[in-house]
Write a protein that binds this ligand. Structure first.
Ligand SMILES: Nc1ncnc2c1ncn2[C@@H]1O[C@H](COP(=O)(O)OP(=O)(O)OP(=O)(O)O)[C@@H](O)[C@H]1O
Ligand SMILES: [Mg+2]
Length: 254
């Protein structure tokens, strides 16, 4: 079993109070269209944090801004205490962010094995003590039994849920400090949504990977998250624990 190690070990030997991700006053959009206005969020070491909001609330734009696909108009983004605001996706990837995009994140004409190898090949140095790729690959295949059973099959023959598992597995091959998932449950039957979210939680707990999870299925997400943020039309409207969220009037948030 691949263990997460201590936070200090994962952090290169120095204990620090800095969260893995800190976003402050994030304002971003497309051209003159402002989509996010003053979004702040924190993902601590080993935390699974959810970002919720209605269709068009700006969740994907937030993730894109964090990984550098969208240049923020204002605000700051820090990874492990170092500013990455406005840096390119190549740089944020190198610093340890790995995003599983909304929709298709796998190569359908390639096998499971090939998809995982490709993800590993594009991974650059991600942690102070990277694990051997074979070890990570074995862990990913052990974690997702379906990938092990079908590792020679083309991803194009997979169901939506299976593709999502593979996309998560590919993100793990880069040994990320922070995994960002954009609605991994999109288009899945409820039973598969549970399976995918359980897999995300397992990765978080067994590997210690910090996770920022964007979702729309609030009830299911609350069951697996440590903390939750809600944005409404690009503006933060809630920040708290799942227990605190349960005490809110959700009709005011969505
Ligand atoms: N590339 C783009 N160019 C212009 N406007 C965009 C672009 N992408 C998104 N938008 C607009 O930004 C707003 C927020 O979109 P975004 O995709 O961030 O929302 P979301 O919360 O991820 O929604 P969903 O739950 O449907 O995925 C929407 O009004 C959308 O139309
Ligand atoms: Mg989206």
């Amino acid at each position: 079993m691949l263990s997460a190690g201590t936070p200090e070990a994962r952090n290169g030997g120095t204990a620090t109070a800095e969260p893995v991700l800190r976003v402050d006053g994030l304002t971003a959009g497309y051209g003159k269209h402002v989509v996010l206005d003053g979004v702040a969020l924190v993902v601590g070491e080993g935390e699974l944090v959810a970002l919720l909001g209605h269709n068009g609330a700006g969740k994907t734009t937030a993730l894109r801004s964090i990984v550098g696909q969208v240049r923020p108009k204002a605000g700051s983004i820090h990874l492990d205490g170092a500013a990455v605001t406005g840096m390119s996706p190549a740089v944020t990837a190198k610093r340890g962010m790995s995003m599983v995009p909304q929709g298709q994140g796998v190569f359908p004409s390639m096998t499971v094995e090939e998809n995982l190898r490709l993800a590993a090949a594009v991974a650059t140095r991600r942690s102070s003590n990277p694990r051997p790729q074979d070890e990570v690959r074995a862990f990913v295949l052990d974690m997702f039994g379906i990938l092990k059973r079908r590792h020679k099959d083309k991803a194009g023959s997979f169901s939506g849920g299976q593709r999502q598992m593979l996309a998560i597995g590919m993100a793990l091959m880069t040994q990320p400090r922070l995994m960002l998932l954009d609605e991994p449950s999109t288009g899945l039957a409820p039973v598969l949504v549970d399976e995918v979210l359980a897999a995300v939680r397992k990765v978080n707990q067994e590997l210690g990977t910090s996770v920022l999870l964007v979702e729309q299925d609030t009830k299911r997400v609350l069951a697996v998250s440590d903390r939750v943020y809600v944005i409404k039309l690009g503006v933060p409207v809630f920040d708290g624990t799942p227990a605190e969220m349960h005490q809110q009037d959700w009709s005011q948030l969505f």
